[in-house]
Design a protein around this ligand. Structure first.
Ligand SMILES: Nc1nc2c(ncn2[C@@H]2O[C@H](COP(=O)(O)OP(=O)(O)O)[C@@H](O)[C@H]2O)c(=O)[nH]1
Ligand SMILES: [Mg+2]
Length: 426
């Protein structure tokens, strides 16, 4: 007889109000003794005294949870009733449910604890998530109607078929051409990696530049509502750091570099560079804002001279950006500068060692904002697939495909492909 506790997550992964983890064990006393290693009941009566079906409030580490001891008959749904017509309820496992906060972090920390229990087999079959489940999770996390439509299209079977085709080719690696064909199919899915990631996560646009040039005002303009707090006094920014909007059906999150300062309790020197480094490496695009009325934005300026609003030299911020990342310079406050040339400025190489486009903008009048928005969209999504294209959905699937591509390229099929393929569970 299996004496272990089995558990599985009943609710879809992703954001939700409540997540439910179901546990089973041969008898309730085993289940309770293991649960009580982590669970502290809020009332004097613990789990042992609680009648079946009643909820027991308490803490699980840092999490508020409730635990429900379920009636044994509840577990009938766990087994195929038709297969066990002669079982008495005494043969059925004891069942309890943990109800916790519906975010991924709470569930992960409880699962980590459960996994640490001795003799607790993790039921791989239940933890594995099917393509359908992964698509459902993506639908929960997705932010716009357009991205939801892309995800829904995947559930017409095309993604299953695309993954199955790869699986079949990998099963017979000795057949001539199978490996190269599998690589081609994996690459065809991964070609849309960036777009696919942003079906469930917004594009991140870093807005950098010295204080008081109009970064917060521009972000407000771009998102169409007042998100950041705008101050007249330089250096007094108490900006909210992030503002989410939808551009052309895609979710876009603007991240104001001024806010990076607030995240750090370090001194300004240390501050900074770490927060800047992580913000810069995680962004998909960078807008460098300068004040078109001050000499600092003319062509003689070098970024070494200018301090970013995060407190770090602008040059250092720009140096942290991945090489291929789209960058644009915004010469803002054009309304105060009626003599500025209205023709689109030549790309400049002053700030970084590649030519980047320059936009003359005004957060006040809106000049240049439409052009900037369309540049943003074409830079973030240079190409869209045709509607029939299968797309990988969710970071776990994308990561598995990347690993698979690597293994296939090394022709290391025997080593790791089979366990890896199982993670798709199709
Ligand atoms: N005339 C004009 N003023 C602007 C423009 N953009 C920002 N400002 C003003 O410049 C000051 C600083 O703006 P803010 O957005 O807080 O700059 P930040 O420090 O870069 O975030 C505020 O008084 C804004 O009203 C603009 O395009 N035109
Ligand atoms: Mg600001």
């Amino acid at each position: 007889m299996d004496h272990g506790i089995h558990f599985r997550i009943l609710t879809p992964r992703g954001r939700g109000a409540v997540a439910v983890i179901e546990l089973t064990a041969p008898v309730m006393s085993i289940l309770i003794s293991q649960l009580e290693r982590f669970f502290v009941s809020s009332s004097s009566a613990g789990l042992t005294d609680a009648p079946g079906g009643r909820i027991v409030y308490g803490r699980w580490g840092a999490e508020d949870v409730v635990i429900v001891k379920c009636d044994q008959r509840h577990s009938l749904k766990l087994v195929d009733v038709a297969m066990v017509p002669h079982h008495s309820t005494a043969d059925l496992p004891a069942v309890a449910e943990i109800h916790c906060h519906g975010g991924v972090a709470a569930v992960d920390s409880i699962i980590r604890d459960l996994r640490s229990l001795p003799a607790t087999p993790w039921q791989e079959g239940l933890s594995k998530r099917s393509v359908t489940e992964q698509l459902n999770e993506a639908l929960i996390r997705t932010l716009t109607r357009q991205t939801a439509t892309w995800i829904l299209r995947q559930s017409d079977g095309r993604l299953d078929r695309a993954l199955n085709r790869i699986l079949l080719l990998c099963r017979s690696p000795e057949e001539p051409g199978n490996i190269s064909s599998a690589i081609r199919h994996v690459e065809e899915l991964l070609r849309w990696r960036s777009l696919a990631i942003h079906l469930t996560e917004p594009f991140r646009v870093l807005v950098a530049g010295p204080p008081n040039v109009g970064k917060s005002s521009l972000v407000n303009r771009l998102v169409g509502y007042d998100r950041s707090i705008v101050y007249d006094m330089p250096g007094t920014t108490r900006d909210l750091v992030e503002a989410l909007t939808v551009l052309d059906g895609w979710p876009v999150l603007f991240v104001d570099s001024a806010g990076l300062r607030q995240h750090s309790k370090d001194t300004v020197e240390e501050l900074g560079i770490n927060s800047v480094r992580s913000a810069a490496s995680a962004c998909d695009c960078c807008l460098v804002v300068l004040d078109s009325t001050t000499p600092s934005s003319d062509a003689t300026m070098t970024p070494v001279d200018v301090e970013d609003d995060s407190g770090v030299a602008l040059a250092a911020v720009l140096n942290e950006l991945p090489v291929q990342l789209p960058i644009a310079v915004l010469r803002n406050k054009s309304d105060l500068n009626p003599t500025a040339s209205r023709t689109i400025a030549e790309p400049t190489t002053v700030l970084v060692d590649k030519p980047v486009p320059v936009f003359l903008t005004s957060a006040k009048t809106g000049e240049g904002i439409a052009q900037l928005s369309s540049w943003l969209i074409t830079s973030l999504i240079p190409e869209t697939p045709d509607q029939q294209q299968a797309l990988p959905v969710g970071r776990p699937m994308i990561a598995s495909l990347e690993q698979l591509a690597e293994l296939l390229r090394q022709s290391a099929l025997d080593v790791g492909v089979y366990p890896l393929l199982k993670t798709f569970s199709f």
